[in-house]
Design a protein around this ligand. Sequence first.
Ligand code: C5P
Length: 222
Amino acid sequence: GFRGQITLDGPSGTGKSSVARAVATRLGAAYLDTGAMYRAATVAVLDAGIDPEDAEAVAAVVAAARIEVGTAADTELVQVDGVDVAVRIRGAEVTRAVSAVSAVPAVRRRLVDQQRALVAAADAVVVEGRDIGTVVLPDATLKVYLTAAPEARAERRAAQLGLTTPEEVAALAVDLRRRDEYDSSRADSPLRPAADAMIVDSTDLDRQGVVDRVVELAQSAV
Ligand code: C5P
C-alpha cells in the first residue's frame, strides 16, 4: 500500500474535502482536515466573546483552548475543550470569522505544531488545507493544488449547502471570493501552490475523476 504524505491545498469550493477523504479511503491512509482545526479555534474565539480581528485576544484564547480532531477518513471528530463542534464549525458564523482567526501568526504556529504531531503518528496520510505543501509538510511525498473556476466553485458550494436561488448563489460567490482574497493576501502562510505542487483543475472533472487523478499521482510518486 501507499506510504507517505499527500498534501491537498487550494481555495474553498474545489471539492477538496470530499476528494481528500476519498483518496485517504482508497489508499488506506489517515486523513487530516486542517480547516476543521482553524474552524474549531474560531468557535473558541466566538464563545469567548472577543473580536476575531483582535489578534492579541485571539492568540490568548486559542492558546488556552484544547482543540481535538480525528484522523480517520470516515468520521468527523472535532472538539473544543471536550465539546463536540463538528456541526457548528460548518455554520455561517464560524465561516465568516475563520479567515481573521487563521491570519493570526500565534494561532498558526500552535495549530501547525499540532498538525505535524498528528501527521508524524501515521505511515500514510492525506492532509488538506491552504499551507500544507508550502509550510506544514514541505517534504511531502506528493503535493496537489486543487483549483476550479470561480463559478464552478460557487455552484458546488451552493449545492452542498442546498442553496438554490440566484441571489443565494451570488451571495455565496461573494463570500468565497472574500475568503480567498483574505487567505491569499495574509502575510503568514498565504494560500498559494508550492513550487513542486501538481496543479489539478477540477472545473470539468467530477469528484471521481479528481480522486482517480490524485490516486494515480500518489502511486507514481512512491
Ligand atoms: O478548508 P476550510 O474552508 O474548512 O478552511 C476554513 C478556513 O481556515 C480557510 O478559509 C482559511 O482561512 C483557514 N485555513 C488556513 N490554513 C489551513 C486550512 C484552513 O488558514 N491549512
